[in-house]
Design a protein around this ligand. Structure first.
Ligand code: ZN
Length: 306
């Protein structure tokens, strides 16, 4: 039995929010289905934010309603506040990811709240979700855990404090996000160790950006520290409209290539996943697609998933 590593595809959320044009609901639906059919186990399909702020996300409720009909895939939506969480629940999302910026500057720009105020919002969300009939997982995502384009360095102690507070208010899992892509492998190691030392296995995942070209190296550092859940975006789309300088997420295809080559089981058919880029290109013809494996081709040395 090969050890499992879970890849959560965040392209339809993190990837599209920075795209210059809008992907139609029909193409987005086909794109998500194609990635699910390639075996991607978790997909973050959109965010419940004001369509005025991010027009790309105006169809999120419809997208979630369609995506939850796909078999064998956990459908995640980003919800920055209680109202978003309620909309995600109504649409049938299996999990919400609630961002909490560790740095004051990003927190104010992204959420117009202090980190403490946002932790209090997460507490309200968790208590509301737990009162509903159907279960819905709540992930607390610590944005700017490895640096901030407004505030610069982010103290590890601040990351630990936010992670501990999120665990205390009862989130199901905590993820650490390198929102702007300033992390490096040794910082990944030290922050993951510090957070895990306080909240243990509740620390679940890493969300990495490739701004400095260190995304895959950072993923490897996290993997070696025992992280088994990674966000990534097909073709490395992505960015944060409220984090100047942030570029795309780590490339899902390249991450899957690394993980499978190293003997981990992602459950993803890499060839089929790469073919899902065609639908992305069709939906966003002006957008630059990134990634190495898709250009080089899958080498003969690659073990084809059974
Ligand atoms: Zn991101």
């Amino acid at each position: 039995m090969r050890e499992r590593v879970t890849v959560c595809e965040v392209g339809p959320r993190d990837g599209l929010q920075m795209a210059k044009s809008r992907m139609s609901t029909a193409v987005k639906t086909r794109w998500i289905a194609a990635m699910a059919e390639s075996g991607v186990p978790e997909i973050e399909v959109g965010s419940f934010v004001s369509p005025r702020l991010i027009p790309q996300m105006s169809d999120t409720a419809e997208i979630v309603r369609r995506a939850v009909l796909l078999p064998r895939v956990i459908i995640v939506a980003l919800a920055p506040n209680l109202r978003g969480a309620q909309e995600a629940y109504a649409a049938g999302a299996h999990r919400i990811s609630v961002p909490v910026s560790v740095s004051e500057g990003h927190s104010r720009a992204n959420l117009n709240r202090t980190p403490d105020e946002q932790v209090a919002e997460v507490a309200r969300i968790v208590s509301w979700v737990r009162g509903q009939d159907r279960p819905m997982e709540v992930e607390g995502a610590c944005s700017t855990s490895f640096g901030c384009s407004f505030d610069g360095r982010v103290a590890t102690a601040s990351v630990v404090r936010v992670a501990v507070e999120l665990a205390a208010v009862g989130v199901d899992m905590v993820a650490l996000a390198d929102t702007v892509g300033y992390a490096h492998p040794s910082l990944i190691r030290s922050v993951v160790r510090a957070v895990r030392g306080e909240i243990g296995a509740r620390l679940d995942g890493l969300h990495l950006h490739d701004t400095m070209g260190l995304g895959i190296a950072n993923a490897l550092a996290g993997l070696e520290e025992g992280i088994r859940n990674f966000d990534a975006a097909l073709a490395g789309l992505g960015g944060c409209p409220f984090a100047p300088g942030a570029s795309g997420n780590i490339v899902t295809e390249d991450l899957v290539f690394m993980l499978e080559s190293m003997g981990f089981d992602t459950g993803i058919d890499l060839d089929r996943l790469i073919r899902a880029r065609d639908i992305l290109a069709e939906g966003l013809p002006a957008e630059a697609l990134h990634g190495q494996v898709s250009v080089a081709g899958i080498p003969k040395t690659f073990r084809v998933a059974a």
